[in-house]
Design a protein around this ligand. Structure first.
Ligand code: HEM
Length: 497
């Protein structure tokens, strides 16, 4: 049969794709019209659950090329020689919006990279910010709730956001970035990417280094003001998708220069800050950027659903020479993503073409929904076996990690300096950036009860008194004050309605 003959999913020729089979021209439909039933049933199953966060996104394929030798830090094959190329997939996203949300919203941007290396997939699932809102994963679901919809109103709740942030001073650094110009980029080509967490490298001599990854946009940073973004959204909800897709189609391939910061393993015991704290950056003066290579996007996917919606990135996808770190948030993400994929995409999500490694895959996981092919070797379906089945690869064991400590719940807020680094960032803003920053924060605080605003202003003040004063002035210029400011918890709750 030629390729253009329409069939059912069982391959049977489909006689009529315009008219349902009915009892007479005006009569009811017949249940034996299995072609119609199949069509409607498939439509009912066309969606999978959207990602619980980062639901709205765009992606493309490309290559990573090594430009500088870092093989003394890591044995990862993708970094083994200058000029080496590795295929990759990148997906960008906003965090809070649903799949149909507009692109030009003030939000953190997701920056996910899947490197299809010769020793398996390495996924770097980062953001366009070097830090994050929380430092203990116990707070992630709470934090995300404040970014999503209020259970009763089904609307976003600025009160919930500022209530949570003002009660979680570790969020201040990321809040500062979110309300700066960087919080509203013009498109994905104009953002940096960061692994954010501290990861590790290990080399052939069994030495470990702590490492942070930086992708610097070669297209330059471009941002919208709130007012410009409102105009963009009024005309185009897919502005970032359009910008990325069209640039690649016309051969204007976006590129990022890739850098690492390297910290020798034992330095981690000496730094004044905890180098595994996701709310902190490592000062570049102490740990300078080391150039590694260039990532380029040069091919749009053929089918958005198959290749981007079903793409599944996980921080647990690492390769020999790259490891994780004691960062508690990273540790929890090692569980969360593959668990999400099994639910969102299915048991064998990693066998879909977009997720499948470009290297040999040999596991003993065989059965389960959507097993597409017959597993290799029916006699070695357990391990160890005498039938030539796949065997473990001791070379891939990373060097032992020295850890100590008594099991317990340690207060991650006690004695932590949440103010110096955000204050330093604020002090780098020029006057124009500061004024936009104050106005962005004041706009986001519209309708938030005064006690919550006051609590947040105290954090701004601790970072830099000029920060608090600037926001206070912007609030006075733009907010309509309630007749009497609420002061008790009940008042706050009432005012929040
Ligand atoms: C997506 C959990 C923190 C970046 C997701 C998804 C989950 C998740 C369940 C959806 C995955 C999917 O359905 O495919 C968590 C948890 C966190 C956390 C439990 C902390 C405890 C972070 C941090 C970053 C980050 C710190 C960045 C540094 C992303 C990105 C995506 C994502 C970029 C979208 C991945 C894609 O493009 O498919 N997260 N996350 N997340 N997360 Fe996180």
């Amino acid at each position: 049969m030629s390729d253009t003959k329409l069939t059912t999913t069982a391959g049977s020729p489909l006689p009529d794709n315009q008219n349902s089979r009915s009892a007479g021209p005006r009569g009811p439909l017949l249940l034996d019209n299995y072609q119609l039933i199949e069509k409607l049933a498939h439509q009912n199953r066309e969606r999978i659950p959207e990602r619980v966060v980062h639901a709205k996104g765009s992606g493309a394929y490309g290559t990573f090329t090594v430009t500088h030798d870092i093989s003394r830090y890591t044995r990862a094959k993708l970094f083994s020689e200058v000029g080496k190329k590795t295929e990759l997939l990148m997906r960008f996203s906003t965090v809070a919006g649903e799949r149909g949300a507009a692109d030009a919203e003030r939000d953190v941007r997701g920056f996910s990279v899947k490197f299809y290396t010769e020793e398996g997939n390495w996924d770097l699932v980062g953001n366009n910010t070097p830090v994050f809102f929380i430092r203990d994963p116990m707070k992630f679901p709470d934090f995300i709730r404040t970014q999503k919809r209020h259970p009763r109103t089904n609307m976003r709740s600025p009160t919930a956001m500022w209530d949570f942030w003002s009660l979680s001073p570790e969020s201040l650094h990321q809040v500062a970035i979110l309300f700066s110009d960087r919080g509203l980029p013009q498109g994905y080509r104009h953002i940096n990417g960061y692994g954010s967490h501290t990861f590790s490298f290990w080399n052939d001599d069994g030495e470990r280094y702590w490492v942070k990854f930086h992708f610097k946009t070669m297209q330059g940073h471009r941002h919208w003001t709130n007012e410009e973004a409102n105009q963009v959204i009024a005309n185009d909800r897919e502005s970032a998708q359009r910008d990325l897709y069209e640039a690649i189609e016309r051969g204007d391939f976006p590129k990022w220069r890739v850098f690492v910061q390297i910290m020798p393993e034992l330095d981690a015991e000496k730094t004044s800050y905890n180098p595994f704290d996701l709310t902190k950056v490592w000062p570049h003066g102490e740990y300078p950027l080391i150039e590694v290579g260039v990532a380029e996007l040069n091919r749009n996917p053929e089918h958005y659903f198959a290749e981007i919606e079903q793409s599944s990135f996980s921080p647990s996808n690492i390769v020999p020479g790259i490891g994780v770190s004691p960062d508690k948030v990273l540790q929890s993400r090692l569980f969360a993503y593959a668990d999400a994929h099994r639910y969102r995409v299915g048991t064998h999500y990693e066998m879909l073409p977009v997720n499948r490694p470009h290297s040999v895959v040999n596991t003993y996981h065989a059965d389960g929904p959507m097993r597409f092919d017959a597993p290799k070797g029916t006699d070695h379906f357990y391990e160890p076996n005498s039938f030539g089945g796949p065997v473990e690869q001791p070379f891939a064991k990373e060097p032992p990690l020295r850890i100590n400590g008594d099991a317990g719940w340690y207060d991650h807020r006690a004695g932590n300096d949440d103010y110096t680094q955000p204050g330093n960032l604020f002090r780098m803003f020029d006057e124009g950036q500061r004024q936009r920053f104050f106005a962005n924060i004041a706009a986001a605080m519209q309708g938030v009860p005064r006690p919550i605003i006051d609590r947040q202003l105290e954090h701004f003040h601790s970072a830099d008194p000029a920060w608090a004063a600037g926001v206070e002035a912007a609030i006075r210029a733009t907010h309509t004050e309630p007749a009497s400011a609420p002061t008790t918890a009940a008042d706050v709750a009432a005012a929040a309605e």
